[in-house]
Design a protein around this ligand. Structure first.
Ligand code: NAI
Ligand code: A1CAB
Length: 279
């Protein structure tokens, strides 16, 4: 019987197994939201910073899982299977959320047949509650799904999707901050090139990206419709747009997301050839 905590979140314990980059980001976010967080990694001394948020940091996965209401796995795809095998008995009856790229639910379910399995993909903005965290599960249980949504909702927007979209979402929103930050960096360099002080160039760049995204989200308009409003006929913006089109920026970004999606599929195929044979 899987336990669904009914009490306040301060009584709920979340174990984050593999607190490297993303595991640390979500551990901090959960701790700030009032959850009791136990995070593990091979070398806890390398992540002592988490303790400042009241997070227990240990290398003992068994201890972390035993007391957890939900277990979030933020291990690399290749490490996930061996660790799940080791922990399979104590994961029985637990809600297990895998954040690993490219690992299908069927693989996890095969190893953990008596756990409630969720596959999810957050992004680094989860640390400041501004991520996008799609998840999928093959199980139907309103209570557990609502608990999962509540916890993943701490990371920002969340929604349930079909598993067939997960590799594409890994490439788009999981990897996405790396693409957007490359663009922000390029904007900042543009500012430096035309003589802006570094701090002003950086702030002007990220604030412009945040503002554009907020306007898009709040207006519900298509990006092109807002873009058209910025381009004053015969004005300044159109010359910049001309250069972007010349540099094939849209093709580059589309190709980046396509390549990243194909890489997720390749990782999956290399690690789990028997699964890809079934598709
Ligand atoms: N970096 C990101 O922005 C995102 C990463 N992910 C996924 O999260 C996973 C981890 O990615 P990163 O955080 O970037 O990698 P990472 O290498 O920074 O983190 C992995 C951590 O797992 C720890 N680890 C390895 N074996 C362990 C074990 N047996 N027990 C406890 N800890 C163990 C390592 O010490 C390391 O700290 C990957 O599957 C990736 O696809 C998902 C969303 C976003
Ligand atoms: O680069 C990666 O494989 C992971 C998945 C999404 C973000 N980082």
């Amino acid at each position: 019987m899987i336990k669904i905590p009914q009490a306040g979140r301060d009584l709920e314990t979340i174990a984050v197994i593999g607190a490297g980059t993303i595991g640390s980001a979500i551990s901090i976010s959960l701790a700030k939201a009032g959850y009791h967080v136990i995070s593990t990694r091979r070398r806890p001394d390398l992540n002592a910073g988490l303790k400042a948020y009241g997070i227990t940091v240990t290398s003992d996965n068994v201890q972390a899982v035993t007391s957890a209401d939900m277990v979030i796995l933020t291990l690399k795809p290749a490490d996930l299977v061996s660790e799940m095998k080791k922990l399979s008995q104590i994961l029985e009856g637990k809600i297990v959320v895998s954040m690993a790229a490219a690992v299908p639910i069927r693989v996890i379910r095969h190893i953990l047949p008596r756990s409630f399995i969720v596959r999810s993909m957050t992004n680094i903005a989860a640390e400041v509650n501004a991520g996008y965290t799609p998840f999928c599960t093959l199980e139907e249980d309103e209570g557990k799904i609502s608990f999962v949504s509540r916890v993943l909702g701490v990371f920002g927007e969340t929604e349930r999707v079909d598993e067939k979209y997960m590799d594409a979402l890994t490439a788009l929103s999981g990897s996405g901050p790396a693409y957007i930050l490359t663009i922000i960096e390029a904007m900042m360099y543009g500012g430096l090139k035309v003589g802006l002080p570094r701090s002003i160039a950086l702030k002007a760049s990220y604030q412009t990206v945040m503002g554009s995204a907020k306007l898009l989200a709040m207006s519900g308009d298509h990006p092109s419709a807002i873009k058209e409003k910025v381009i004053t006929p015969g004005g300044v913006t159109i010359d910049g747009i001309y250069e972007l089109e010349n540099g094939k920026i849209r093709t580059s970004i589309m190709k980046a997301i396509e390549s990243s999606t194909l890489k997720a599929r390749k990782i999956s195929k290399d690690l789990f050839p028997e699964e890809s044979d079934k598709n």
